[in-house]
Design a protein around this ligand. Structure first.
Ligand code: GLC
Length: 418
């Protein structure tokens, strides 16, 4: 069920952690796509130690980053659970030197840090024999061929029982879960998954949990991935994005986004009314790479300076009124302008009919001068609102201007007139 905390949160941290971090292969897809064979992929489990796993330091880092929630891969498509599942033998507890449940300490640390707790879970399971069986009857076909009609219904029923059993464990053994982040629904339709039934079960087990969209139509919000929307999806949404080019730890991937790029993408996301779920990739011992820590801290420093323009706000005004992202307070009486590329003396807002009571810079509180220019008494097109911002007051990253309005915002959207 959608919750206000989710709409207010703006930033979440996504954590892809699994045996793929050992050799730095692509998470699960490495064997699906044939980059490595299945056994080579699975052999990575012998190197998954979690020896320096310190979820408390993870949670503290996420707070410093300005995040309000975290989502950890409890099980990716490779089928290896990070908790002590009783539904099969494929867990880090039974199969890796880590030898213990990694989910309970994560849940506890996230909660203790005052963050909302999210679990990622892959519906599809490319290791489960009963899952693969419905993909194809042809013994020569790839074990991982997909999108084939179900052929052996008894197997599929067994798989669904397993799938429900694992979700029941996740939903009943770790206290309240705030967000269930599903993935891997695309190989079957809603009916085959019995998603309606699953949704009812989830609501019974975790009545307050927010459910992402990947329930073939039965979720609470949309999850555009890797490419920021131009026009946002209808309703609540969250943009998930990697910090470099991969979801999991791959030392060969050094194509990190810069701090500035992250800030910009974050501002654009919240301006369109979404949350950013930014992915990081711990190594096999549980350590988060330094470069990622640095990027999160950089993002967080700016977020903390500009918190008033971020948390609890809603989608800003449509394109065209201001050249940059904007957010609005829930009551529509405060407009925040994100000046992405610095300001040369002044910036402006067009089509703003509402009077401005006060204008200031969010990170310093410094008041700035505004004035109207243009418009005409006989025209409903309001004059341009100019805002003077001296160079000295500007944020080294993105300066955010706060406009306190006399009334809830009213915009002119027309074509002008003669
Ligand atoms: C895709 C990929 C998966 C990744 C996910 C994150 O669905 O299959 O590897 O975990 O995106 O959104």
């Amino acid at each position: 069920m959608m919750q206000d905390w989710f709409l207010d949160a703006k930033l979440g941290i996504f954590i892809h952690w699994g045996i793929y971090a050992v050799d730095g292969t692509t998470e699960s897809w490495a064997f699906f796509n044939g980059d490595v064979d299945y056994d080579t992929y699975m052999n990575q489990r012998h190197g998954f130690t979690a020896a320096k796993y310190d979820p408390e330091s993870w949670a503290n880092l996420f707070r410093r980053a300005g995040a309000r929630y975290a989502v950890l891969t409890t099980k990716h498509h490779d089928g290896i659970a990070l908790w002590d599942t009783q539904a099969n033998d494929l867990s880090v507890v039974k199969q890796t030197p880590a030898g213990r449940d990694l989910i309970a300490p994560y849940a506890e640390s996230i909660r203790n840090a005052g963050l909302k707790l999210g679990f990622y879970f892959s519906h599809l399971d490319w290791s489960h024999p009963d899952y693969a069986s419905i993909a194809s009857d042809d013994p020569n076909a790839s074990r991982f061929a997909h999108c084939m009609p179900p052929s052996d219904l008894a197997k599929w029923e067994r798989f669904l029982a397993f799938h429900r059993a694992q979700l029941h464990e996740l939903c009943t053994q770790f206290g309240d879960v705030d967000l269930l982040w599903f993935d891997g629904d695309w190989e079957r339709d809603a009916q085959t998954w019995r998603m309606k039934e699953l949704r009812n079960q989830l609501e019974e087990w975790q009545p307050n949990a927010v459910l992402n969209s990947r329930l073939v139509g039965y979720g609470d919000y949309a999850t555009p991935e890797q490419g920021l929307p131009i026009n946002p999806p209808d309703g609540p949404w969250e943009f998930c994005m990697t910090i470099n080019d991969n979801w999991g730890w791959r030392p060969s991937d050094t194509n990190y986004k810069s701090g500035r790029m992250l800030l910009r993408l974050f501002a654009e996301t919240i301006g369109l009314g979404g949350n950013l779920l930014l992915d990081i990739t711990p190594m096999a011992d549980g350590v988060i790479p330094e470069i990622q820590i640095g990027l999160l801290e950089r993002l967080g420093a700016w977020i903390h300076r500009n918190a008033a323009a971020i948390y609890g706000t809603r989608r800003g005004i449509p394109h065209g009124h201001f050249h940059g992202p904007t957010t609005l307070s829930k009551d529509g009486r405060t407009l925040f302008l994100f000046c992405l590329d610095g300001i040369r003396e002044q910036t402006c807002v067009r089509g703003l009919r509402t009077e401005v009571n006060r204008a200031s810079l969010v990170s310093t509180g410094q008041e700035v001068h505004t004035y109207r220019n243009g418009g005409a008494g006989w025209s409903e097109v309001p004059g341009v609102l100019w805002i003077d911002v001296p160079v000295e007051g500007q944020d080294p990253d993105i300066t955010v201007i706060r406009l306190d309005l006399a009334e809830p915002i009213d915009l002119y959207e027309g074509a002008g007139r003669t």
